[in-house]
Design a protein around this ligand. Structure first.
Ligand SMILES: C[S@@+](CC[C@H](N)C(=O)[O-])C[C@H]1O[C@@H](n2cnc3c(N)ncnc32)[C@H](O)[C@@H]1O
Length: 540
């Protein structure tokens, strides 16, 4: 498969693997849930590369719908390439604004996107999909990157969204009224949700002859190809009311299907010869009761269906009373993305959250249909609290003066606010400085060693139990107190005292052990020394 080459690519190919895990620190005062939890609706403040990595232990393979709206790289956005990739060339890029004069701006954008797309893929469920908003500046490069990360075979659709409906006469070029939504799935287990059939679509089915099978639509029994092209479909059919033999001439359209099929239709009383019964083209009845109950989505979303940028600006104005954010998307667009991808209890993620439109859409849909969808937002700028989270607070509580009745009354829902904490630098365990807290380390070692979801509720500090994986009961001997940590070891007594939670072999992380392999084997314990052997247990 052809692939995209760009400056810096060799340095970022595996960058997502080296990004350190960071703690996620709850900020209770900024959330609205009584008890902050990573299993709640989430607003996470921080760079999404680190935040996505920090969310992996809890959300690996759990997110059904990802929507992102990254910088479009127009040259006017003031974004900076800030990933701490260990290479002099990349350091040179660090912190400089990416503007139109920057000849490497497309390279930088690709370097920024590639590791993030790789992490996002890890978070998707097997039947999940990711939708990326983008415009003409980077759409072609984005498609190449997505082909590489998700596989060409997992391309789902490129939707054209009509973001505006007026022409701009201030441009010498074409007025652009479309933006794109590029969608890829994790695996072929994804299928888009069908839309409810519209009254308009149903109205095309009538029942002119009061057929007891209900309303039907007539489909001409004609082939797009001519009789000359399909001679086997040019057999004679007798018009039952006139007795006339109908046989398509060479230049006329052939019949739609074989004679056997036509005879079956006749036996099933599906052939319709018009209201007067004299038509010279047979028509076949397709009953409404037989058609698919939903309608497949299409790849053009107009502003009536998905909202416009004007609608988005009006929403921000309604919620904040002023234009606090310059590039919001309409919540209607996000509702359409979520409807087509997620179920009523799915997790929906947006790691370039901006004004928090995705959370607004999730809460609006939940209010509409009683669903229990959850959102995870990530935003790196200072306004993660004052705009992103604030929008969620306001729409949840109710926006006085909003046109939409549900929004006026409040969409309901609560969320927890987290900030990126310290990086999990395991050599700090050796140095005894900046030690991670127990839960953060447990989250990290459990996920890294087992590749499975970590649930902090399972922790039993007394025994050191931190969770059950497919193959092990997992224990962590650790304390944030450096003096105690120095003397912490897996001893024979401690090993014997470990509870048998599920009966599986035990995986024990500890700074050291004072018992030999013989006892470990007898007690069915696999020992992993902290901080070196975290990957040791990645086994079958
Ligand atoms: C185009 S805006 C998204 C707008 C959003 N869809 C809405 O409707 O409001 C892109 C957002 O991504 C944020 N962003 C850019 N790089 C980021 C990063 N590395 N981590 C987290 N957020 C980032 C920007 O600060 C900005 O708020």
């Amino acid at each position: 498969m052809p692939s995209l080459h760009f400056k810096g690519k060799p340095f970022v190919q595996n960058h997502h693997l080296v990004v350190p895990f960071h703690e996620l620190a709850p900020v209770k005062s900024k959330g609205t849930s009584a008890k902050p939890s990573l299993h709640d609706n989430l607003v996470v403040e921080g760079d999404n590369l680190k935040a996505l990595k920090a969310l992996l232990p809890t959300y690996h393979g759990k997110v059904k719908c990802i929507y992102i709206d990254p910088p479009y790289n127009t040259g006017n956005e003031e974004w900076r390439y800030n990933d701490a990739v260990n290479s002099p060339m990349m350091q040179e890029w660090f912190g400089r604004e990416v503007d139109r004069e920057d000849l490497t701006r497309h390279d930088k954008w690709c370097c920024m996107m590639l590791p993030r797309l790789k992490l996002l893929r890890e978070l998707l469920t097997d039947d999940g999909a990711i939708f990326v908003s983008i415009d003409d500046n980077e759409v072609h490069r984005l498609r190449c990157l997505m082909d590489e990360v998700f596989g060409e075979e997992n391309f789902v659709v490129q939707i054209e969204w009509q973001k505006r409906y007026t022409r701009s006469n201030n441009t010498d070029n074409f007025t652009t009224v479309l933006e794109h939504l590029v969608a890829y799935r994790r695996t072929d287990a994804f299928a888009p949700n069908l839309a409810e059939r519209s009254a308009e679509a149903d109205a095309r089915y009538e029942n002119a002859d009061e057929d007891e099978r209900g309303p039907w639509k007539s489909i001409p029994f004609l082939n797009p190809l001519s009789a000359a092209e399909r001679p086997n479909l040019a057999y004679a059919i007798t018009q039952p009311n006139t007795g006339k033999k109908l046989r398509p001439k060479a230049h006329e359209k052939a019949w739609r299907a074989s004679e056997d099929v036509f005879l079956r239709y006749t036996a099933e009383k599906r052939v319709w010869w018009g209201a007067d019964g004299l038509s010279e083209t047979p028509n076949i009845k397709r009953f409404l009761s037989e058609v698919r109950q939903g309608m497949t989505p299409i790849n053009f979303w107009d502003y009536k269906f998905a909202g416009s940028t004007d609608d988005a600006a009006a929403e921000i104005n309604q919620i904040f009373g002023e234009k606090v954010f310059s590039t919001p998307k309409p919540s209607q667009l996000l509702q359409r993305v979520i409807e087509v991808t997620a179920d009523k209890d799915s997790i929906v993620m947006d790691s370039f959250a901006g004004s928090g439109t995705t959370a607004h859409a999730v809460l609006a849909l939940n209010k509409q249909d009683g669903g229990n969808r959850r959102f995870i937002l990530v935003e790196c700028e200072d306004y993660a609290d004052s705009i992103t989270a604030e929008r969620v607070r306001r729409v949840a509580q109710g926006v006085p003066g909003a046109k939409d009745e549900a929004l006026r009354a409040g969409l309901g829902g609560t969320f927890s606010y987290f900030k990126l904490g310290r990086p999990m630098e395991l050599h700090s365990i050796l140095a005894g400085k900046s030690l991670p807290d127990f839960e953060s380390l447990a989250r990290y070692v459990f996920f890294t060693a087992t590749g499975e979801e970590f649930d902090a509720k399972k922790i039993d500090r007394k025994s050191g139990f931190i969770g059950e994986s497919r193959h092990h009961d997992v224990f962590l001997f650790y304390t944030e107190d450096p003096a105690k940590l120095r003397n912490l070891a897996l001893t024979l007594d401690a090993a014997r005292a470990l509870p048998s939670v599920s009966g599986k072999p035990k995986l024990v992380f500890a700074p050291t052990k004072y018992l030999d392999e013989h006892f470990l084997d007898r007690l069915r314990i696999q020992f992993c020394q902290l901080p070196f052997q975290i990957y040791r247990a990645l086994d079958a």
